[in-house]
Ligand binder design. Structure first.
Ligand code: SAM
Length: 207
């Protein structure tokens, strides 16, 4: 994200502009027809606006723990004026209790490698608490599969992330699935995405 320090500045994340359309295509298949979607780690808020506009039958609840991000989401939302885009809430995935108590689906894009592993565990635990039976948790980002990166660019990206913060890094797909299983979620689908990313759909077990 780029921008100054103003509280309510609409930040611009170039990656969100690049990947928004392809992610929306996947979300159309993954998300329920109606109800409320919780987006964890909304960042600039550009995805929230795009997805709320593209999926008008869903209520879109953006969130982030970062105050600048919350200001940016609010600024983008104000400009968009969408009736189904809710006021952003402060939510840290690691918290034991979240400020949102129900969600028919949860979406989290490009967060788990840019946060400590405890954020991944907290995200999945929260999904296990909030989602109804068969409710989806959608993840997007790079993953290591079978203990290896899927592209040289991801190896470099992982090194860059770990140099910025030793607690960050591209996550092992199998480790994410193992935590998911502990919280009653199983892999429903994995979809290759541009730039060596993956869409991962986990679903809460249920009838
Ligand atoms: C790379 S940005 C991605 C933002 C947005 N999803 C996108 O794709 O443009 C990572 C985001 O994760 C958020 N984040 C970091 N740690 C978090 C945590 N523990 N819980 C929830 N969000 C977190 C950051 O504040 C930041 O907005």
């Amino acid at each position: 994200m780029s921008g100054e320090n103003a509280t309510d500045e609409a930040l611009v994340a170039p990656a969100a502009a690049r990947n928004g359309a392809v992610i929306l295509d996947v979300l159309r298949d993954v998300l329920p027809r109606g109800g409320q979607v919780l987006e964890v780690a909304s960042g600039s808020g550009e995805h929230a606006v795009r997805f709320a506009a593209g999926l008008p039958d869903l209520r879109w609840q953006p969130s982030d723990p970062d105050r600048r991000a919350l200001g940016s989401i609010a600024a983008h939302a104000r400009s968009a004026g969408l009736p189904n885009l809710l006021t952003p809430v402060e939510l840290d995935a690691r918290a034991q209790a979240w400020p949102v108590t129900r969600a028919d689906a949860i979406v989290c894009i490009n967060m788990i490698h840019v946060a400590p592993w405890t954020a991944t565990v907290g995200l999945i635990a929260g999904a296990g608490r909030l989602l109804p039976d068969r409710g989806p948790l959608y993840l997007y980002g790079p993953f290591r599969i079978g203990g290896a990166h899927t592209a040289a660019s991801n190896t470099q990206f992982d090194e860059d992330l770990r140099a910025r913060d030793p607690e960050w890094g591209v996550r092992d797909f199998e480790a994410v699935l193992a935590v998911a299983a502990e919280h009653g979620l199983h892999l429903a689908s994995q979809i290759p995405m541009p730039a060596n990313n993956l869409s991962v759909v986990l679903r809460k077990a249920g009838a």
